[in-house]
Design a binder for this molecule. Structure first.
Ligand code: PLP
Length: 355
């Protein structure tokens, strides 16, 4: 999508796809399956077992395989979790600015989004969250983005514990979208390690660039086991068997590949900071510890609410406009740093050229 959506003269640094060669064990898992015609339906718990081993090694937390379920992808998994733990009309609280499909999926379910803006340093603002829980009312759901897209905020253990306490106090259930979890240089704390009534969605799709190989895992804390047990069996028909093979290989065999990626992303964050300081000093950028996304404050450039549109039209560089990320997105763009230093350099050059 990244390289096909815009005309050829546009440099794409937008949608969350990475410009990386596929990790070799993932490629092998797929080609082996094709070689023997293993392209039917999924079976077994290998995906959850691979995640459990990965999570134990990386985060010192072990999800219980028996409290997991395969789902088609993270967003459809999120929708299913909403259905399990809330009434069909229950509002959903989100921390804006946030991944635009959060709004789209919630609204297409006929539900209301209640915004709890992040603080100025992009951390959870607990007063805003308390007010949002009060507005949303008992029985609402909170869709936590951890780490947070687009700001890259990695929530701390203390913050997550406070989320859990506040949610319980207000009778709000928490669904954590943890798709970016492997993409952190800070310590990532799984929500279920602090809240036994939480539900989480994890997937190898972001960190190993497997979005085209549909699969994800829903995970329940011990006190949410009965909720997950009510997941309709037909939901498991959605994920792709070949996708599950690929995701399993990623979690199980591709830790080194991930570490190399994380090193490269760190370098790219430093490069972007240097390039902006040199060519676009009015753009404010705080390098984050999670995700491969950069959330750029362009409000001082004088390009209006949608600088992304100007960068595209006049600079021929495609970033994500901040506006669909909800309240607080005006004047911002999101840049995808999972690419080469050359492309980042050229993207900044094109952005600067519009001024
Ligand atoms: C926070 C977040 N959740 C979900 C997704 C999409 O995941 P999936 O394709 O598995 O639905 C993305 C993709 O970028 C994302 O950033």
């Amino acid at each position: 999508m990244k390289w096909r959506y815009y005309p050829e003269d546009v440099l794409p640094v937008w949608v969350a796809e990475m410009d990386v060669p596929l990790a070799e064990p993932v490629a092998r898992a797929i080609t082996d399956a094709v070689a023997i015609g293993d392209t039917g339906y999924p079976s077994g718990t290998a995906y959850a077992e691979a995640l459990a081993e990965f999570a134990t090694k990386r985060w010192d937390w072990t999800p219980a395989v028996e409290r997991t379920a395969i789902v088609p992808d993270v967003m459809l998994g999120v929708v299913e979790m909403f259905r399990l733990v809330s009434h069909r009309d229950a509002p959903v609280v989100v921390n804006c600015p946030v991944y635009p499909p959060f709004y789209q999926f919630i609204e297409s379910l006929g539900r209301t989004v209640v915004e709890a803006p992040l603080s100025e340093t992009w951390r959870i603002d607990f007063e805003a969250l308390r007010q949002a829980f009060t507005r949303a009312g008992e029985g609402a759901v909170y869709l936590l983005c951890s780490p947070h897209n687009p700001t890259g905020t990695v929530h701390t253990e203390a913050e997550l514990a406070e989320v859990a306490a506040l949610a319980r106090q207000h009778g709000v259930r928490v669904v954590a979208d943890e798709i970016h979890a492997p993409l952190t240089t800070a310590e990532f704390v799984p929500y279920l390690s602090v809240a036994d009534d939480g539900l989480s969605l994890m997937s190898a799709s972001k960190a190993w660039n497997l979005a085209g190989l549909k699969a994800a895992l829903a995970i329940a804390g011990p006190a949410a086991a009965d909720d997950l047990a009510r997941l309709p069996e037909e939901v498991s028909h959605g994920p792709s068997h070949v996708g599950i093979l690929a995701h399993t290989a990623a979690y199980r065999d591709c830790g080194d590949w991930l570490d190399a990626l994380l090193n490269g992303l760190d370098e790219n964050r430093r490069l972007l900071a240097d390039l902006l300081a040199e060519h676009l000093p009015a753009v404010r950028y705080a390098p984050a510890q999670g995700t491969y996304l950069a959330w750029l404050d362009c409000r001082e450039l004088g390009l209006g609410d949608d600088p992304g549109k100007v960068f595209l039209q006049r600079g021929r560089v495609a970033l994500n406009s901040g506006i669909p990320f909800g309240t607080g997105g005006e004047g911002f763009v999101r840049m995808n740093l999972a690419t080469s230093p050359e492309i980042i350099t050229e993207a900044v050059r094109r952005m600067a050229s519009v001024l």
